[in-house]
Design a protein around this ligand. Structure first.
Ligand SMILES: Nc1nc2c(ncn2[C@@H]2O[C@H](COP(=O)(O)OP(=O)(O)OP(=O)(O)O)[C@@H](O)[C@H]2O)c(=O)[nH]1
Ligand SMILES: [Mg+2]
Length: 618
């Protein structure tokens, strides 16, 4: 299949355009460096040539990570650029679709003209999209695309990937051009023969909107949010409410889910009557799997909040504010983005670290991202907090004690990551392999969130969370139930499981918990969420006739002490219980020993820290 390459400056809307042209849902967000891996989709070209009716051809459309220039600053950027240069000279490439940000023309054009130059050398066709024209229209600014096209010597389409202005014209035009690209080769013009920097400047002067018009409103907001005193304060406040709201907003939804599961369990149980099958359903399915499903609303709210931060443009400002404090620990402002997205999941966060220019800072960031409290830890935190911390509110309901505990746990993860970063930074000092680079970050425009993709993202996060963990929780609950139910039909304390449990109990005595928690911790090395499912199953077996999904009440009634609870929480903050993360570290760092080293080191550290908390608090 012939290829169309979609290239352009970071944050110019390539991925949103890609989504509109292919119907896929690739991640879009308002900061530079969202796309870090090539993504391809199918573009259907229709040609209405009037002679033999409609002609159709499929093309592979490839979304590239954004680049500012074809001349690289760092070694790693040069790998990305080399990849792009190779693709541009590939004989299968029929068209290069170069996307320009109409609100930031000059920057977009430098890269665009360089692309054109290479395209000329390889006899390739380039077409330009002038994206984000909806934003220009708000300022009543219009760009004469015909004239721009004449100067550039290539076709230009004005579009908005967001409001879909000009998208159908683009589809039609791109189709025609892709099918017969030789007709649209780059024409030599006065402009495209100049050096890219000079030509970009003069074109921007002639066509672009005055940047101070666009920047006016933005600068007013930035004066506040990037202010050296207020900015830091605002940042902390935003972060505090971010993590608070995961708890407070989700509470009614979680209660509703818990009630719904309890209600269904009641019906199923009444239908099944007494017996092993009923015990199995209530203990393993509703007790195990059900206890885990209760936390889905929280995951979705976390995604909503991170999504809002990303879409608004604040994330890049936060990275800037954090640059100084992060540098102190050997990290960069760019580490902030992987750190924040690590609160959803470490896997994309480790990938996002690719945008960090400095290899050494990237290395340190990747190894410490797993300390961010990812969504798999959420069920564990929420459960233990509900058991340990009373549901009191202060300041007229704005501050909730359970929410504050949540914030404390997230902060503890971040603090540990910073300390570990400091240590790793010292250890890698003077390494030739890991050189250092300056921190540069383009600030995107503030924008209102784009609701539809955000909505899909929220739904998707819930679905993925269930898909990822539910099968393993199901299997583990099944095994745990079987071992815990037999041979004495529901007597957990005298079951096969307890025999195995007594064996491992000594390992967990220093944390003040018995074998039941020990089993749940060990099994949760498969996936953290399993902790909740396994405890749910065991406590359901024990409390055969009591309420089904109320695991927190069961743990409370069982008398989990504050010291042990805190020790367990500390363990879950630090331990790297995720096979997928180890695999990701391995592939990104290229070395097995770093990945497994992190796994073992974080496991040991988690154990020691939680032992410490138990000893101090008990
Ligand atoms: N107003 C407006 N916003 C847009 C338009 N196209 C994209 N955006 C927004 O611009 C931001 C960046 O979009 P992306 O598609 O992620 O940009 P990208 O070029 O793929 O960025 P990288 O992957 O970082 O190189 C997002 O917030 C989009 O919602 C547009 O036509 N109009
Ligand atoms: Mg992108």
């Amino acid at each position: 299949m012939q290829k169309i390459l979609l290239v352009g400056k970071p944050n110019s809307g390539k991925s949103l355009l890609f989504n509109q042209l292919t119907g896929l849902r690739q991640k879009v967000a308002n900061f530079p460096g969202v796309t870090v891996e090539l993504k391809s989709g199918i573009f259907n070209a229709h040609l209405d040539n009037g002679v033999d009716g409609k002609q159709q051809q499929k093309f592979e459309l490839i979304d590239y990570p954004g680049t500012y220039s074809l001349k690289s600053l760092s070694k790693d950027e040069s790998i990305a650029i080399e990849q792009l240069l190779n693709a541009m000279s590939d004989e299968k490439t029929s068209v290069i679709l170069c996307n320009l940000d109409a609100t930031r023309m000059e920057r977009s054009l430098v890269f665009a003209l360089q692309v054109q130059e290479i395209a000329k050398q390889h006899n390739k066709t380039v077409i330009f999209t002038l994206n984000m024209v909806d934003e220009l229209l708000r300022f009543n600014h219009k760009i004469d695309t015909d004239k721009l096209s004449e100067k550039l010597g290539s076709p230009v389409y004005a579009v908005s990937a967001k409001t879909l202005i000009g998208i159908s014209e683009l589809q039609k035009g791109l189709g025609e051009i892709a099918i017969s690209p030789e007709k649209y080769r780059v024409k030599p013009t006065e402009t495209n023969q100049q050096a890219s920097g000079i030509a970009a400047k003069s074109l921007a002067k002639e066509f672009a909107i005055q940047s101070d018009v666009v920047l006016k409103r933005q600068n007013a907001i930035d004066r506040l949010l990037l202010n050296s005193v207020f900015g830091g304060f605002a940042f902390l406040l935003i972060m505090f409410f971010l993590f608070q709201s995961i708890f407070t907003w989700a509470a009614p939804l979680m209660d509703a889910t818990e009630d719904a599961i309890g209600f269904i369990a009641g019906i199923v149980s009444g239908f099944l009557g007494e017996g092993i099958l009923n015990d199995f359903m209530t203990d393993a399915i509703f007790g195990g799997l059900g206890s885990f499903l209760v936390f889905v609303p929280q995951i979705m709210i976390l995604t909503l909040i991170i999504g809002l931060l990303e879409d608004s443009g604040y994330l890049a400002r936060a990275a800037l504010i954090c640059h100084r404090p992060l540098s102190f620990f050997g990290l960069s402002g760019r580490s902030f983005i992987p750190y924040l997205s690590g609160h959803a999941c470490a896997i994309p966060a480790i990938l996002a670290a690719r945008t960090i220019e400095s290899p050494r800072k990237r290395f340190v960031t990747m190894l410490t991202v797993p300390l961010m409290s990812c969504s798999a830890r959420l069920p564990v935190y929420a459960l233990l907090i509900a058991v340990l911390v009373p549901d009191t509110t202060y300041l007229g309901g704005w501050v909730n004690l359970q929410g504050a505990m949540f914030f404390a746990l997230y902060s503890f993860g971040i603090l540990t990551a910073l300390i570990v970063s400091g240590v790793l930074n010292k250890m890698t000092e003077g390494s030739k392999e890991l050189q250092d680079m300056p921190f540069i970050l383009e600030l995107p425009s503030y924008r209102l969130p784009h609701w539809q993709p955000l909505f899909y993202r929220i739904i998707n996060s819930g679905v993925q969370f269930i898909k990822r963990a539910a099968p393993i929780i199901f299997v583990v609950s099944l095994i745990i139930w079987t071992l815990g139910y037999f041979p004495n039909n529901g007597d957990l304390q005298n079951s096969y499981l307890s025999t195995i449990g007594q064996w491992i109990e000594p390992i967990f005595t220093p944390l003040g918990v018995d074998w039941r928690y020990g089993v749940a911790i060990l099994v949760s090395f498969l996936a953290r969420e399993v902790f909740v499912g396994v405890l749910g199953t065991m406590f359901s077996i024990e409390n055969a006739d009591e309420n089904i999904a109320g695991l927190a009440e069961n743990l409370q009634a069982d008398g989990l002490s504050l010291a042990s609870g805190v020790a367990l929480l500390a363990f879950y903050v630090i331990a790297l219980q995720c096979v997928a993360t180890v695999a990701m570290l391995k592939s990104e760092l290229g070395k097995n020993r770093y990945a497994w080293g992190a796994f073992i080191a974080y496991g040991l550290l988690a154990y020691l820290v939680s032992m410490f908390f138990y000893a101090v608090l008990s």
